[in-house]
Structures are given as structure tokens and as C-alpha cells.
Design a protein around this ligand. Structure first.
Ligand code: HEC
Ligand code: HEC
Length: 367
């Protein structure tokens, strides 16, 4: 078979498998569907303003606003290799199909995003398409950032323009054939990318709506806490937890055992603000989230997140196994879990794909 034929055949096979699985994977309700009130566009929600920066930053400069949003969206963690310049990229994400590296997003013209226009930036952030039609892998959580409103994106853009340019080439994509073909993302996007806008719920408080927006938009909590299908895409029920890199990103619903049922709003605010609390101590990837993102958010925003999380219906009917794992993990610890994981191929695959986005190489070194 000629090289071209091989590529074509592979693509067709991949497309068929992906399509079949897409049909098989029943798309369940979204993370806001449980609330039954009248849904209105975010802009039409009269009780408050769920999008953008907190009220006290409303009059701040574009750059300050953008910086707050970039922190809430945690851009730095993924786009900074430990020990190197902020936002200069090069952090590797080990995937079952090779390694994906984050890009240099400093305003350097040759190696960063200095040649982007504001429109290019918005397209990369919300559509996952970089200039030149380069289709990004969802290791970049654009399915979440797709929910950012235009003003927030403009603020973020203005902030990123003020970062010190760093000349540093990053080989972004070291994935194996055929995963290195970005065109495959067309199929992924067709099946799993569902940017239907977040809406406000008129029956809920302003805190609730702000929290729903932050969790499911900029703060992309589900990127780690939503269960994943074998292609690394989120599946429902939303925010019920998943394994990533041997960590279990916990169930955030109101389930008393596996979730946050026993936590108060104040408990959640304390945990997100400090990484500590009476119920848990943030470690691993969550410690990084707290350090770089949630601890930088206002108390009001943390409260909003907590109010929304506390309203998520308890995840009854979750598979016993995963709930058991999350409990057992806490007791026996990570090492044992790694051993257990090696013992099961299917589990290993599930674990690897769930870490599709979040397996920073060298994260261990930083801990
Ligand atoms: C979970 C990790 C992660 C987070 C969080 C993240 N990114 Fe990314 N980003 C990546 C990876 C990985 C790539 C490379 C994707 C690829 O090569 O397809 C990328 C690519 C990009 C690109 C495309 C650059 C190009 O031209 O190729 C831009 C722009 C970008 N990110 C901006 C941001 C901004 C702004 C934020 C915060 C709002 C952010 N990213 C948050 C992982 C992340
Ligand atoms: C990069 C992946 C990642 C992201 C993004 C993330 N988390 Fe986590 N989270 C984790 C992991 C992993 C744990 C388990 C940490 C541990 O065992 O100490 C965790 C634990 C938690 C816990 C403690 C639960 C318990 O029962 O101990 C809470 C609460 C939490 N996360 C809330 C959030 C919220 C809210 C967001 C969004 C603002 C978020 N997380 C975003 C990975 C993540």
C-alpha cells in the first residue's frame, strides 16, 4: 500500500470507529440541566452578572481584569515548564499516543503568539483552531473556554500582550501516527465538542449562576472532575469524578460518601482558598489548582462556586467500584493504587485516556 493509501485507510477506519462509539456513548444531561427554572441568556439575567470579573474589578484596567481571568482559567500551570519563564510553554503531557507539549503563549513574534490578532486568539480559545487552521488537541481545554464571553476574552488577550516575550521554540506535537494528524480533531470535535452556551437559571441566585459559569467555563473544573470516555471527552453525570495520573479527582456532587455532601459552603470556600480544611488537604494536581488559580480568586467567587457545587444532585447510582476506589485511595495511598492499576489493562487504558489532558510530565518533580 502506498503511503497515501495507508493514511487514507487509517483515517477512514478511525472515522468509523469514532462515529460508532459516538453513537454508543449516550450523551447524558449537561451540568446545568438538573436545575428546573426558566433558562435565560447570561446577558439577560437581571439579578446579577454571572460572567466577567468580580464587581470590585469592574472598574480596574483591562490588564488587571485579564490577569484575574487568566488566573481563574489557570493558563499558567499548563503553559509553564517548571524552572522556565512564565507562559513560555513546553510542559509535556504524556498520552498513550505520544507526548503533547503546551505552546509558548508569550507575545514573542517568532516562537510565541506575537503574530496573533485578537480574533485569532478568540478563535483558538473558543473553537480550538489556531492561525493557519491548526486544530488544537483538547489538552488545551477550549471546550470549556468556549463559554467565555467576548469581553472576558478581550481582557485576557490584553493581559497576555503585557507578558514578557520569551523566544523559545516548543515542538508541540510528538504524537505517533495517526494521532499526529490534527485533522483527526475534526471527528473529535464533531462528536464531543458541544459549545452550546451556558445559560442562567432565573430561579437561582446570582451566586449560583456565577458559580455555574465559573465551574463550567473559565475554571474548567470538569476537565479533571468529570468522568471521561475512552477519547478523553467528558461524559455525564457531570463532575462525578475520575482518575487522572493515579489521582482520583473526586466527586463534587452532593453525595455524602463520595462527594461533598458533608461539606458546608464555608468548608468548600476554605479548601479552595487555602488548600486546607476540616475535610481534606489538597494534594497533587489539585494543590496546583489551588495555588495558581482558586487561591487567587475573590472570596465572593469562591462562595459562588461553593453554592453551585452544593446544589449538584448527589450522584447516586454511581458505579460502586469508583466510589470504592476513591475511598480506598485515601486509605491505602497512591503507590498501592499504581500497582493495582498495572494489574488491569482496561483500567490502565481508562486511566491513561482520562489523563489525556492532565498528565504534566515533571509534575511529580514539582510536588
Ligand atoms: C490543561 C492544560 C492547559 C490549560 C489550562 C491551558 N492550555 Fe493552552 N494549550 C495547552 C496545550 C497542551 C496546547 C497545545 C495544543 C496542541 O498542540 O494542539 C495549548 C495551546 C494553546 C494555544 C494555541 C497556540 C498555538 O498557536 O498553537 C493558545 C493560544 C493557548 N493554549 C492559550 C491558553 C490560554 C490563554 C489559557 C488560559 C485561559 C490556556 N491556554 C490554558 C494546554 C493548556
Ligand atoms: C488539574 C486537575 C483539576 C482541576 C482543574 C480541578 N481539580 Fe479539584 N481535584 C483534583 C484532584 C486530583 C483532586 C484530589 C486531590 C487529593 O486527593 O488531594 C481534587 C480535589 C478536589 C476537592 C476535594 C474533594 C475531596 O473530597 O477531598 C474539591 C472540593 C475540588 N477538587 C474542587 C475543585 C473545583 C471547584 C475546581 C474548579 C475550580 C477543581 N477542583 C478543579 C483535580 C483537579
Amino acid at each position: 500500500m502506498s503511503g497515501k493509501m495507508r493514511i487514507l485507510t487509517s483515517l477512514v477506519v478511525i472515522a468509523i470507529v469514532v462515529a460508532a462509539l459516538g453513537v454508543w456513548i449516550i450523551r447524558g444531561p449537561g451540568p446545568l440541566d438538573f436545575a428546573g427554572g426558566t433558562k435565560v441568556a447570561l446577558a439577560d439575567y437581571r439579578a446579577g452578572k454571572p460572567t466577567g470579573v468580580p464587581a470590585k474589578l469592574e472598574k480596574a484596567s483591562l490588564v488587571e481584569r485579564g490577569e484575574y481571568l487568566a488566573k481563574a482559567a489557570d493558563c499558567m500551570v499548563c503553559h509553564t515548564k517548571p524552572g522556565e519563564k512564565e507562559y513560555s510553554g513546553g510542559l509535556g503531557f504524556k498520552l498513550p499516543f505520544g507526548t503533547l507539549y503546551s505552546t509558548n503563549i508569550t507575545p514573542d513574534k517568532d516562537t510565541g503568539i506575537g503574530n496573533y490578532s485578537a480574533e485569532d486568539f478568540k478563535k483558538a480559545m473558543t473553537k480550538g483552531v489556531a492561525p493557519g487552521g491548526k486544530r488544537l488537541y483538547p489538552g488545551m481545554p477550549y471546550p470549556y473556554y468556549a463559554h467565555l464571553d467576548d469581553r472576558s476574552l478581550t481582557d485576557m488577550w490584553n493581559y497576555l500582550r503585557t507578558v514578557k516575550p520569551v523566544k523559545k521554540n516548543v515542538t508541540v506535537n510528538q504524537l505517533r501516527f495517526p494521532y499526529n494528524l490534527r485533522i483527526g480533531m475534526l471527528g473529535w470535535n464533531a462528536l464531543f465538542y458541544d459549545p452550546k452556551p451556558i445559560v442562567a437559571d432565573a430561579a437561582k441566585s446570582n451566586d449560583w449562576n456565577r458559580g455555574a459559569y465559573l465551574v463550567n467555563g473559565p475554571a474548567h473544573c470538569g476537565a479533571c472532575h468529570a468522568p471521561k470516555n475512552m477519547f478523553g471527552a467528558d461524559k455525564s453525570p457531570a463532575l462525578t469524578g475520575t482518575t487522572l495520573q493515579g489521582w482520583f479527582a473526586s466527586d463534587l456532587t452532593g453525595d455524602r460518601n463520595a462527594g461533598l455532601g458533608a461539606w458546608s459552603v464555608a468548608d468548600i470556600v476554605e479548601y479552595l482558598g487555602t488548600g486546607r480544611g476540616s475535610h481534606s488537604l489538597a494534594s497533587g494536581p489539585m494543590a496546583e489548582v489551588v495555588e495558581n488559580s482558586t487561591s487567587q480568586m475573590t472570596q465572593a467567587d469562591l462562595k459562588a462556586i461553593a453554592v453551585y457545587l452544593k446544589d449538584l444532585p448527589p450522584s447516586r447510582g454511581r458505579r460502586f467500584r469508583e466510589r470504592f476506589i476513591s475511598r480506598a485511595l485515601a486509605i491505602i495511598g497512591y503507590g498501592t493504587f499504581q500497582g493495582w492499576k498495572r494489574s488491569s489493562r482496561r483500567r490502565r487504558w481508562a486511566s491513561m485516556t482520562s489523563s489525556l489532558r492532565f498528565a504534566p510530565v515533571g509534575a511529580e518533580l514539582r510536588r
